[in-house]
Design a protein around this ligand. Structure first.
Ligand code: SAM
Length: 261
């Protein structure tokens, strides 16, 4: 079927065909029989098949109904297919006996950021995630304070997860090749978060506001939320820019608001 199948741009379909890359990714995932593993976007099964060689049950979430029959033939009884939009899927519905789940996938790049934000809503149920992403997105996720790529995505993902860059993948590993470089990342939700925001919605707002004008000082960008004095009260220089603040700094700031409420 892969011969006749015409990939769909709107679903970000770039199918992996480099066996070395597939093998490396599966090795990092290290699937174990007693684990509940969910694959997002199985497509024609490039990762699904090697995963099923190591575990006897796998669940996949795939939006494209044209690949479902092929997947059914590939996986038989071992595969549970959810033919839905992963962005709208309630991951908590998959939980069995309070066991944490593992999420993997070569994600559709056009929706990878909203998809990661969606998955982070279920972080308490997730043991870890292994994703192939556009390299630029991986770089933004792992960026540290002070770097040019550090921003809202870095702060929010690092608030929820430990992040680890695994390896680079060039465009030639995919069919059709994407126009961008790719990389694989591991995200492991903290079992115990190093810094706890009293309200993540507030944290998210403060972070978004602070990065809304990267070049401006915090005194300027956050003036509707905090006085100069309040910013100083948590040990932050009001003339600094958002990109210099650590995740802890953002948590401290957002907790100022929730403490007062
Ligand atoms: N895993 C396959 C591979 O590595 O060859 C396919 C990866 S391809 C980059 C992304 C896959 O995600 C496609 O199969 C696509 O149909 C699927 N997809 C795109 N948007 C989706 C969504 N909103 N929900 C679930 N699957 C989606």
């Amino acid at each position: 079927m892969s011969q006749e199948y015409r990939t769909k741009k709107r679903f970000g379909q770039h199918f992996l065909h480099d066996h070395g890359v597939i093998h490396k990714l599966i090795k990092y995932i290290h699937p174990q029989e007693n684990q509940q593993i969910i694959e997002i976007g199985p497509g024609m099964g490039a990762l699904t098949i090697p995963l099923l060689e190591q575990i006897s049950q796998l669940e996949v979430i795939e939006i494209d109904r044209d690949v479902i029959q092929h997947l059914q033939q590939l996986g038989g009884d071992k595969l549970t297919i959810h033919n839905v939009d992963a962005l709208k899927f309630n991951l908590a519905d998959l939980l069995k006996n309070n066991q944490q789940i593992r999420v993997v996938g070569n994600l559709p790049y056009n929706i990878s950021t909203p998809l990661i934000f969606h998955l982070l809503k279920y972080q308490e149920y997730i043991e870890d995630m292994h994703f192939m992403l556009q390299k630029e997105v991986v770089d933004r996720i792992i960026a540290q304070a002070g770097s040019k790529t550090y921003g809202r995505l870095s702060v929010m993902v690092q608030y929820y997860c430990e992040t680890e860059y695994l390896f680079y993948v060039g465009p030639e590993a995919f069919k059709p090749p994407p126009k961008v470089d790719s990389a694989v990342i591991r995200l492991q939700p903290w079992q115990e978060k190093p810094y706890l925001a009293n309200d993540v919605e507030v944290l998210s707002k403060v972070v978004a506001q602070a990065f809304s004008m990267r070049r401006k000082t915090l005194r300027n960008t956050l003036k509707k939320l905090f006085s100069k004095k309040q910013i100083e009260s948590v040990g932050i220089d009001p003339s600094a820019r958002a990109e210099t603040l650590s995740v802890k700094n953002f948590v401290d700031l957002s907790n100022l608001i929730t403490l007062e409420a």
